[in-house]
Design a protein around this ligand. Structure first.
Ligand code: NAP
Length: 228
């Protein structure tokens, strides 16, 4: 049985990724910062729940300790939790967005590394964004070049770079970042855009189910590797 942890899995793309991985036989831990929302989602999905706020060291360490005690390893980690942080900019908002979208990846990865090393085929997927790609935001033919998402784009650039650097530092573990595609979730509700979370979750699932000979250190969307 493949043991999988997904952060921010109580709704949106994370929830649908959990659903699809459970259908393919994974034991999925739904990480959610709010216990009520997380427990409800896990019960509906047939998943396990761990309280996990990616901005809180004690919460992250507690979640990974729970999985370690129950499973002794972690095969797949999906960094999905994220916030948009649009609107007016100030220091506290910038800290919150970077803490969630970038620093949270460091917290969860570091806490998970001992359990990932215990897996025969460890895989880490970062749900990043092409809004954090220099190539996309400077390409007039791409929608990313029109989005005024300063903190989101900068923090997702950091998320993708963290993925590449972790891939270099840990050759025995695959680390890949993914752009899931524009998706209609609570995050994008104000823009009224996007396809269903089910469709975008398929892109995440593809990277989460790579074989041991799969790529590492890439940013991909549904068409393959993206320049960034
Ligand atoms: P969503 O429906 O708003 O889901 C975001 C999830 O992240 C929620 O479960 C949320 O929990 C959780 N979260 C936020 N802060 C957290 C924290 N500190 N600790 C733990 N969980 C936290 O948005 P989504 O569209 O599914 O986004 C999922 C991922 O896809 C994000 O990383 C996003 O940047 C990325 N993405 C989305 C799109 C798109 O078009 N939607 C495109 C590219 C990339 P709460 O319910 O407690 O708030």
């Amino acid at each position: 049985m493949t043991v999988t942890l997904i952060t921010g899995a109580n709704k949106g793309i994370g929830y649908e990724t959990a659903k699809q991985l459970i259908a393919s036989g994974h034991t999925v831990y739904v990480g959610a910062r709010d216990a009520e929302r997380g427990e409800k989602a896990a019960a509906t999905l047939g998943a396990r729940f761990v309280q996990l706020d990616v901005t809180d060291d004690a919460s992250v360490n507690g979640a990974l300790a729970t999985i370690g005690a129950a499973e002794g390893r972690l095969d797949v980690l999906v960094h999905n939790a994220g916030v948009l942080g649009d609107g007016d900019l100030d220091g506290p908002k910038a800290l919150r967005v970077f803490d969630t979208n970038a620093v949270g990846i460091v917290r969860v990865t570091e806490a998970a590394l001992p359990l990932l090393r215990a897996s025969a085929n460890p895989t880490v997927v970062t749900v990043s964004s092409s809004a954090g790609s220099f190539w996309a935001v400077n390409n007039p033919e791409r929608v990313e070049s029109t989005l005024p998402l300063t903190l989101y784009s900068a923090s997702k650039a950091a998320a993708t770079m963290l993925t590449v650097q972790y891939a270099k530092a840990h050759p025995g573990i695959r680390f890949n970042a993914v752009e899931p595609g524009p998706t209609a979730t609570d995050m994008t509700a104000a823009f009224g855009i996007g396809r269903s979370p089910e469709e975008s979750a398929r892109v995440v699932v593809r990277l989460a189910t790579l074989g041991a000979d799969g790529p590492t250190g890439t940013l991909q969307d549904e068409d393959g590797v993206l320049p960034w």
